[in-house]
Design a protein around this ligand. Structure first.
Ligand code: ADP
Length: 186
């Protein structure tokens, strides 16, 4: 089973993705985490994308897709993947579909976490992870980038009929049980 966990910055994708992976034996693939690991390890890719993440802009699709393709070569991902923070553009969604086709698999569900904007800003400001892109101005910019460039990805999956929207507010456990209901209905 392969899932896309979708939603704006601060929606709780990372937290929920981890719980989903534990419960269903899937492997978590967060492009944001991968980029941050490259940055802290000072790899060539890390050096290339650091200023982009700091500015809250999107990393170019070709870079993202190459990184994801390489990552998916790891045998662990054969168990099934929970994509978090990817795809973030329609071009990335199309690229993902091509990659999945090559290995005869597909996305089983696109799960959208709906959270009102004011809650998102509060959560990101109080997250306290010390991320350099978690200042008020950059958070607002990431939310704008999400609206403009990332929301069309939902339309892409709607045209394939695999979209499930759930409410992303409440406790972590409440949100997780909503996600479980979706997955168990697949
Ligand atoms: P958040 O959901 O809080 O924005 P992420 O960890 O998903 O956090 O992403 C952090 C940053 O990493 C983004 O603002 C962007 O610069 C970069 N990034 C992550 N995933 C992608 C992607 N799929 N395409 C382009 N840029 C990405």
């Amino acid at each position: 089973m392969n899932l896309v966990l979708f939603g704006p910055p601060g929606a709780g994708k990372g937290t929920q993705a981890q719980s989903v992976c534990v419960e269903y034996g899937l492997v978590h693939l967060s492009t944001g985490n991968l980029f941050r690991a490259h940055i802290s390890n000072e790899t060539p890719l890390g050096k290339e994308v650091k200023s982009i993440l700091d500015a809250g802009e999107l990393v170019p699709d070709s870079i993202v897709l190459n990184m994801v393709k390489e990552e998916l070569q790891k045998p662990a991902f054969q168990k099934g993947v929970v994509f978090d923070g990817f795809p973030r553009t329609v071009a990335q969604a199309e690229g993902l579909q091509d990659v999945m086709k090559e290995v005869n698999t597909s996305i089983d569900a696109f799960i959208m976490l709906d959270v009102p904007n004011d809650v998102l800003v509060q959560r990101l400001l109080s997250r306290g992870e010390g991320r350099s892109d978690d200042t008020e101005k950059k958070i607002q910019h990431r939310l704008d980038v999400y609206q403009k460039e990332t929301t069309p990805v939902k339309g892409y999956y709607e045209s394939k009929g695999t979209v499930y929207s759930i409410l992303g507010i409440g406790t972590i456990e409440e949100v997780f049980s909503r996600i479980q209901s979706v997955i168990d209905s697949l």
